[in-house]
Design a protein around this ligand. Structure first.
Ligand SMILES: [Zn+2]
Length: 465
């Protein structure tokens, strides 16, 4: 009886309460997303020559926000492109990253019909009094042209149309003014960008005469009724992925960074190990977190946006199992210190070793990367080995045993000590005290090393024969 009464009270409370702005926004976001996923994603792909249309893209729903436009509230959704190409207006050296300057907008038009539009803004000049100057290109999600505007320096707005006949061609019409937008891919190499021309697309003023494709001419009677969209000014606000007006945050693989996000670059532990046998061991090393070495890896390289760790496999001269090198260590022009360290695993020798041997190699290289990042005997291998031997032998052992519990202490110590060959060479006294501390001698270490390296002992990989 009491329960029933309580339910009724709660129900009537809810019923009488006005929905908050946040609730309305959440509802609009959810409805927009449902509309997009059930209707828009089923659009048939365009097969035109426009490289921009062919790039895989996805809306970032977790970055979506609500904005008021002329026909009501609209949902603005930043877009992540699989490959972020650059747009460059002809005779300009202004590179526009599409991931930063385009978005998905979803709203209900005057007829209460849902609209989803892919908006690409192409600034042609610096903003005048904070206002956008350039091309506003509005398409269906699949790239089908809907309409476009050119916003002039004086704030005047003209309809323009997409002229497919100009793609890949030079403009040679005196009667029609067209703007060619070139497409480039940009790859940063040692701080310099290398651009590769990919194609172009052209927008023309006027009604589509003069050799253009008249089918694509916009509806000049732009009262929003026939086009179904908002007014030109609804589209010209440049929001970054952090929702900041004219902000400079951008989408990278790790999410929205730069601008006011407080994140300058992607905090990365990147692994690009092609060999499956090495990669499967690396996944265990990286993800078995109940040990100090995995914690060192994650705390050093996965928490700072400026200190990055990369692990790959490749050729290494001299028969070494792996090597660690500092790739970047510099202060950028914006005062931010960037540090990148790369571990290379020997793809020719390491895959056929036992998993215990491979894992021991990996945790050893993690320590080199950590020392380099901390400027502890920076890039001095011998001194870093001494430091490992003095302070981290049990941590290294525990890290490998956390994955391979059947590895006994004696074998684990032997595999770890085997990595310190230059101590044996350069400081025999210290070496002898070290091996005796772990109740080993040189012959035992070599025997255990060879046995695990040839996978006679330990856990085989799929590459072991
Ligand atoms: Zn080493």
């Amino acid at each position: 009886m009491l329960l029933t009464t309580t339910s009724v009270v709660i129900y009537s409370c809810k019923k009488n309460r006005e929905a908050s702005i946040t609730e309305l926004n959440t509802q609009l976001l959810n409805e927009s997303r449902t509309y997009f996923q059930s209707i828009i994603l089923k659009q048939i792909a365009l097969n035109d020559n426009n490289i921009r249309h062919s790039i895989e893209k996805m809306p970032l729903w977790d970055k979506a926000f609500v904005k008021k436009i002329s026909v009501g509230n609209a949902v603005i959704v930043p877009i992540k492109y699989k490959n972020d190409i650059l747009l460059r207006p002809q005779d300009s050296d202004n590179n526009i990253i599409i991931g930063k300057t385009s978005y998905l907008i979803i709203f209900k038009d005057q007829n209460k019909s849902w609209c989803a539009e892919w908006v690409t803004l192409i600034p042609m000049a610096n903003k005048i009094k904070g206002k956008f100057v350039g091309i506003v290109n509005i398409e269906d999600w699949n790239g089908q042209f809907k309409r476009a505007y050119a916003v002039g320096e004086n704030g005047g707005i003209k309809n323009i149309y997409k002229d497919e006949s100009f793609i890949f061609k030079k403009i040679n019409y005196a009667s029609t003014t067209c703007i060619r937008i070139d497409h480039y891919s940009g790859v940063g190499v040692d701080g310099y960008m290398q651009y590769t021309y990919l194609g172009s697309e052209t927008f023309c003023f006027g009604g589509g005469n003069g050799g253009g494709n008249t089918d694509n001419a916009p509806d000049l009677d732009n009262n929003g009724g026939t086009s179904g969209g908002g007014e030109p000014n609804d589209y010209t606000s440049m929001y970054d992925c952090n929702n900041d007006l004219n902000g400079s945050a951008r989408i990278e693989n790790c999410g929205c960074i730069g601008g006011n996000t407080g994140i300058q670059s992607c905090a990365d532990i990147t692994d690009k190990i092609k060999n499956k046998c090495l990669d499967s061991v690396w996944i265990k090393v990286k993800d078995t977190l109940n040990n100090k070495i995995a914690k060192i890896l994650n705390n050093t390289f996965n928490t700072s946006d400026k200190i990055n760790f990369k692990i790959v496999d490749g050729n290494i001269d001299g028969g070494y199992a792996a090597k660690t090198e500092v790739v970047t260590d510099k202060v950028n022009s914006d005062g931010i210190h960037v540090f990148d360290v790369k571990v290379t695993l020997n793809k020719n020798t390491l895959p056929s070793a036992s998993q215990e041997f491979i894992a021991t190699t990996m945790v050893h290289e993690i320590m080199h990367a950590y020392f380099d990042s901390q400027k502890t005997y920076y890039t001095q291998q011998f001194q870093q080995h001494r430091n490992m031997a003095e302070n981290y032998i049990d941590d290294l052992k525990n890290a490998v045993q956390a994955i391979y519990s059947s590895l006994d202490d004696k074998a684990a110590y032997a595999l770890i000590l085997n990595g310190f060959g230059d101590i044996f060479k350069n400081d025999l006294t210290y070496w002898n005290s070290l091996v005796s501390k772990y109740d080993l001698d040189n012959a035992q270490i070599i025997n255990i090393r060879d046995s695990y390296k040839s996978h006679n002992s330990g856990t085989k990989t799929a590459c072991s024969q």
